[in-house]
Design a binder for this molecule. Sequence first.
Ligand code: HEM
Length: 147
Amino acid sequence: MTHQIILVFHLLAATVWVGGHLFLAIRYLPEALKKKDASVLVNFKNKFEPVGLPSLLTLLVTGILMAYHYGVTFTHWFSFSNGIEKVVSAKLLLLFLTVGMAINAQLFVFPKIKSDKLRPVAFQIIAITVIGVAMLILGSWVRIGGL
Ligand code: HEM
């Protein structure tokens, strides 16, 4: 029961994180590129951040709690020795990559954003969206025993 409640929070956070990025990539990014208008992306970022970052933190905390329920404790991480542990380790690596990219976006990409040069930010948005979807797909492997 506890596991299921944690999973519900994990799924809600995944909905916000992945859904938000898909909406950004499918709806706002093409609009910004078409209008050559960086403010479309900056406005989305400012509105999404207060819900997106807590969702990412929720995914990490709930993910680790569920990993512990499956016996995948800290000492087993990154050993790539069994199915569920492989999923957890892959998700943790992708999460670290996501955090690194978010810091890069915050410190280097957005401060220099220009309406006529949206390629770096477009690449960043697509990459972080693909990584989010990959983490969702990896999650679906757990119920069939992992990778
Ligand atoms: C962007 C980040 C993430 C997304 C989008 C995501 C998405 C998902 C989804 C959709 C499921 C449900 C699978 C199902 O019910 O069949 C799931 C399950 C799971 N996730 Fe994540 N996840 C993320 C991050 C993490 C992290 C960082 C960890 C571990 C540290 C983790 C560990 C797990 C585990 C153990 C399950 C299996 C739960 C179960 O079926 O009992 N996830 N994830």
